[in-house]
Design a protein around this ligand. Sequence first.
Ligand code: ACO
Length: 444
Amino acid sequence: AENIGVRAIDVYFPSRYVDQAELEQHDGVSAGKYTIGLGQSKMAFCDDREDISSVCMTAVQGFMEKFNVSYSDIGRLEVGTETIIDKSKSTKTALMRLFEESGNFSVEGIDTTNACYGGTSALFNACQWMDSAAWDGRLALVVAGDIAVYASGNARPSGGCGVTCILVGPDAPLALEFPLRGTFMEHIYDFYKPNMSSEFPTVDGPLSVTSYVRAVDHAYTAYLDKLDKFGSGGEAASLKDIDYLVFHSPYTKQVVKGLARIAYNDFMRAPESSEVFAEVQQFKEVSREESYGNKVLEKAFIDLSKSAFAAKTEPSLLAARNIGNMYTASVFFGLASLLSEVPYAQLEGKRVALFSYGSGCAASLYSFRVRADTKAIADTIRLRERLELRTKVSPVEFERAMELREKTHNAQEYEPVGNVDDLFPGTYYLQKIDSMWRRAYGRT
Ligand code: ACO
């Protein structure tokens, strides 16, 4: 198949959010800590009415209806998630109930899990299936989604919730650039979920932040090496070869640092290659290991990369800033934001790179070429409009919902108490968990 990639993309996020400035006040932290320090405006959340199966069903059914795709046309369905409600039964199988009416049960693919990276692996799997002798001509769906919740404390404002549904096919407007892909994986305990009875991760915040930046270094370097080898040739590859760079966003401030780190890498590869590097020559002597904790260096490269950030990355942060971290879905919400915020006239023919990071850790930087009109996608997502349709609730109400989730996380024989009227139309919701932990759902 030719030009395999993203044919269409849609997103789902909950109808309610908490305002980060109000949360600062409520938590008694200094004004600006969440809004400026983390770069977050709003955080989406859900109560006990939604779980990973329901939010993924909402996203998939919504996608199929809006883009008018038939379940019979799907030959592969991959799910990336780290929100686990069952140690054996995959979210993919929960989604198969949506296929029942079509009679199509011949659907390959299963869940992929590693923190925020599962969706990226799912996308690679779907594209590679299509590029292989195993492909039977049908389309693929890639679902990436999470309910990102943290224990109360300093990590809590970096939560969120969202799901993306991507249709993968040949002749796609966003064609994956095989084999331009840089990957970095290593063993590290920065963010993980060893406590099976809790929905919350165990987090070493400072280590996760350094690990993210280290992964940027390695994945970007590997990507540039591939670009030098397989790319158009000529000058050494650098950020100038990437028109838009979308990052996994735990919170948007981390993304500012991510792009600054890209500039740092360009500098270290060729310190004399650009005039803008004149002001940072003193950092040439700083070792890479030392550079990670060096705030002066970090600030210098944030300043130096400001215009590149505004042009190449800022438009991809609309959803992240207003929803929060969505783990596996975060980077694809970035892509959806970019397609929504930048008109096709500007995107046409451009290279869009994605940096995906999952703690633990697994990271890849890879790219797409925009080769056909993306307006229909933007018009279907209606991102800005839908973000505005949400309801703001108080931090007290948000905390009540978090407590409810915490208390009922492992419930058996349980009927959720959350108000179904709070949900957007077309949302699947949990009706009941029976004595054998089987879940029943309804749809608004
Ligand atoms: N006004 C402006 N900025 C402020 C203010 C203020 N009033 N107060 C603090 N800040 C700044 C700090 O200077 C800091 O900036 P810096 O990052 O440039 O140094 C930033 O806000 C955060 O403040 P910290 O004191 O460092 O925050 P804290 O340690 O309480 O929590 C953390 C931050 C560790 C990221 C926490 O939210 C967390 O653990 N989150 C989950 C882990 C995570 O998201 N990691 C990222 C990659 S892994 C992943 O994707 C899950």
